[in-house]
Design a protein around this ligand. Structure first.
Ligand SMILES: Nc1ncnc2c1ncn2[C@@H]1O[C@H](COP(=O)(O)OP(=O)(O)OP(=O)(O)O)[C@@H](O)[C@H]1O
Length: 293
């Protein structure tokens, strides 16, 4: 069982030809709601690939909360440990205009999770094969989860996004760290490639269409990305993490696991929405077998 301790949001997407200026009102061309939140996205990515997944987190008592839980359940993600709180579910208000975007995230229920609640769920963490976290939850909750995993020998993946929440105290506790290039720079500075050497087979930096890079103890390994017909790259990183977790739980060799994650993420960018394009296992294996499309 993979346990994801993370955010569950409703993405409120508005497309417009013109962003409003201060004090201005403009017409939009589309409004849609899509389930999101890095935690939920990564849980769905792993579940679609065949992993048993449970989610720890929180949604509100509002209609979005009901819809978000139903969506996760429909994907086969266990939601027994998702709390419902008073107040609103987390939302991301996403304005899109010609490839540009402006996003406001309101954490809502996600930030109601406490370290005491994590302590009370320690048995759920301890019995997990792997635990995934991101940084959209209270930092104290992430730190406590990492500590419990570390103390009990449970492997963990920390996807340090958004990187502003990262603290170096987290480093010794997480098994794997999966920043994108910008986050790697924010955490380790311009010389993040040196950090790969320090955390061999533990630190993987995702590089967009170029793929992902890690250090295997002897040399730097660039695992090339798979070419894709890009429609929407939202959720590429989340698919990568869910797929990496799936392969690691299956005790696949590390380079193979990263290649599997690249292939899954390359499929995810070919459809709209973070969860919309997340592939099933067969499609990923086909892409890997075809090597290049
Ligand atoms: N244009 C692309 N074509 C093919 N694969 C891609 C593309 N963009 C991203 N990927 C895949 O997704 C992985 C994660 O992408 P990236 O490094 O951009 O992370 P990210 O910034 O967290 O993504 P996002 O924020 O868009 O979800 C990459 O390692 C790669 O495997």
């Amino acid at each position: 069982m993979i346990t994801v301790v993370g955010s569950i949001n409703m993405d409120l997407v508005v497309k417009t030809d013109n962003f409003p200026k201060q004090g201005e009102t403009t017409l939009g061309t589309l409004y849609t709601t899509v389930p999101g939140g890095k935690g939920a996205n990564q849980a769905v990515a792993a579940a679609r690939l065949g992993s048993a997944v449970q989610m720890i987190g929180a949604v509100g008592q509002d209609a979005f909360g009901t819809e978000l839980l139903a969506g996760l359940k429909n994907e086969g993600v266990l939601i027994d440990q998702v709390k419902r709180t008073d107040g609103t579910s987390g939302i991301a208000n996403i304005l899109l205009s010609e490839g540009d975007n402006r996003i406001i995230v309101v954490p809502g229920a996600n930030h109601s999770v406490t370290t005491e609640e994590i302590d009370a769920l320690a048995d759920q963490l301890v019995k997990s094969e792997l635990v995934i976290m991101q940084l959209e939850m209270p930092i104290s909750v992430v730190q406590r989860t990492l500590e419990i995993c570390h103390q009990n020998g449970v492997p963990s993946i920390l996807n340090p996004a958004p990187a502003s929440g990262f603290t170096t105290e987290m480093l010794p506790f997480c098994t794997y760290l999966t920043p994108n290039e910008t986050e790697a720079e924010e955490i380790f500075g311009e010389n993040w490639e040196k950090a790969l050497e320090e955390f061999s087979n533990r630190l993987v930096v995702t590089l967009g269409q170029k793929g992902a890079q890690f250090y295997d103890g002897e040399k730097h390994v660039l695992v090339e990305g798979f070419p894709a017909n890009v429609v929407d790259t939202t959720g590429a990183g989340d698919t990568f993490n869910g797929a990496l977790a799936t392969a690691l739980v299956e005790e696949k060799e590390f380079e193979w696991a990263v290649r599997f994650a690249n292939a899954a993420a390359s499929l995810s960018v070919e459809k709209f929405g973070a969860q919309g394009g997340m592939p099933e296992r067969t499609a990923v294996l086909e892409r890997m077998a075809g090597d290049r499309i």
